[in-house]
Design a protein. Structure first.
Length: 387
């Protein structure tokens, strides 16, 4: 799994279910994606009810605290659910939480078969829903398109097994790997299409994190700005600022009452700088320092307690390098624009430790390529396998 993590069930290399099962599970995955950005700290989950090869019910988990995907699909199916097959991307819950157990609703609806994409990643409840249904006469098929289902819920899985949020790095660079000129100018490296995609990412993830250098250089808002007639989910904004240098007139502080802002500083940061920030609505989190820098794993633990399940780290070079060197980064989206800066004093994408041999380079896995106009985005992960 990487980073010393493991989960009990693993990903079965043998394809499960029939082709028809996989076809219906793909529909459930598409439904699940509609909840992206609205369900945290819960997972995104989709479900369909199928009767005699015809979909008679569809549903997905729309928001935390609301009905689960299975409930919405069963309500949509109505009486057609009796004797039908229910497909769901995640094992149905069998415990009382903010909502009643889905397993009970499945039995009450008269479902005869349940097809699951992935088992619950929480080792305390994993397999409980499937076992309960089987004991009550429901036929169970497990792990259909499991890899795709786990891919869709990497943040939920990691948070469930570790308490830490899933960390994605984002950077935009010229072809020669510069994210800014020697003066710090970085507007704009990538095109509007690339920047629009980043705003979509911000809306989908729980938090966005930058170092104080980015705040001082760019005075960013760190909000998700997309055309929509409905309110856009806004991430919690996190600034790593060991000495509380953030200006009170910055746009982050000016909007702190409207969009949550957390400032992570050292335990010995000046108290007189904290009060003006608190008065304007910011939250200050005092953490241990390592080599005069905020201890990032301690920060992630605190964010995980909020609970935030996903973090987008947007830079700069120092903070990106720190997450990589400390083994705290899970995935990345690196954009490259069709430009060459050519200045050796331009700011590199990542500042890590010195390495003398290529064999010491940090490997990445699962590489994917996507183009936005002439911009190229490379995406992948730092651990070899999915969570």
């Amino acid at each position: 799994m990487g980073k010393g993590m493991s989960h009990s069930q693993g990903i079965d290399s043998q394809e499960q279910g029939t082709e028809q099962d996989r076809q219906h599970m793909r529909q459930a995955l598409e439904l699940a994606s509609r909840g992206s950005g609205h369900t945290s700290p819960n997972p995104v989950v989709g479900s369909v009810v199928v009767r005699r090869d015809t979909v008679v019910g569809r549903g997905y988990h729309q928001k935390a605290g609301g009905p689960h995907a299975e409930i919405n699909a069963l309500r949509d199916a109505g009486r057609e659910a009796v004797g039908s097959t229910l497909y769901v991307t995640l094992e149905p819950c069998n415990h009382f939480g903010r909502t009643p157990p889905c397993t009970h609703a499945i039995l009450d609806a008269g479902i005869s078969r349940v097809v699951m994409g992935m088992m619950d990643p929480n080792p305390k409840v994993e397999g409980g829903g499937a076992s309960f249904l089987e004991k009550n006469g429901v036929s169970i098929t497990r792990r259909v398109l499991e890899k795709e289902c786990r891919q869709q819920n990497q943040a939920f899985i990691k948070h469930s097994i570790s308490g830490l949020p899933h960390v994605t790095l984002k950077a935009a660079a010229t072809l020669d790997g510069r994210i800014a000129t020697r003066t710090g100018d970085s507007r704009w490296i990538t095109n509007e299409e690339s920047r629009s995609f980043v705003h979509e990412l911000r809306a989908e993830l729980d938090a966005i994190l930058v170092g104080i250098g980015t705040v001082l250089a760019d005075d960013p808002q760190l909000t998700a700005r997309l055309p929509s007639e409905f309110p856009i989910p806004q991430p919690v904004r996190v600034v790593v600022d060991s000495r509380l240098q953030i200006p009170v007139q910055s746009r982050l502080i000016e909007t702190a009452r409207d969009v949550p802002l957390w400032i992570a500083c050292g335990e010995d940061a000046p108290l007189d700088r904290e009060e003006p920030l608190l008065e304007r609505g910011a939250q200050v989190l005092r953490l241990p320092l390592t080599d005069n820098h905020v201890h990032l794993k301690s920060l992630l633990k605190e964010l995980g307690k909020l609970p935030l399940t996903s973090v987008l780290v947007e830079g700069g070079a120092q903070i990106l390098g720190a997450f990589i060197e400390e083994g705290l980064a899970d995935a990345f989206h690196f954009f490259f624009a069709p430009k060459i800066l050519g200045d050796p004093k331009g700011i590199p994408m990542i500042r890590g430790k010195l390495r003398e041999k290529m064999a010491e380079a940090i490997p990445t896995h699962g590489m994917r390529v996507r183009c936005f106009g002439e911009d190229v985005m490379l995406s992948g992960r730092f651990q070899e396998n999915l969570y």
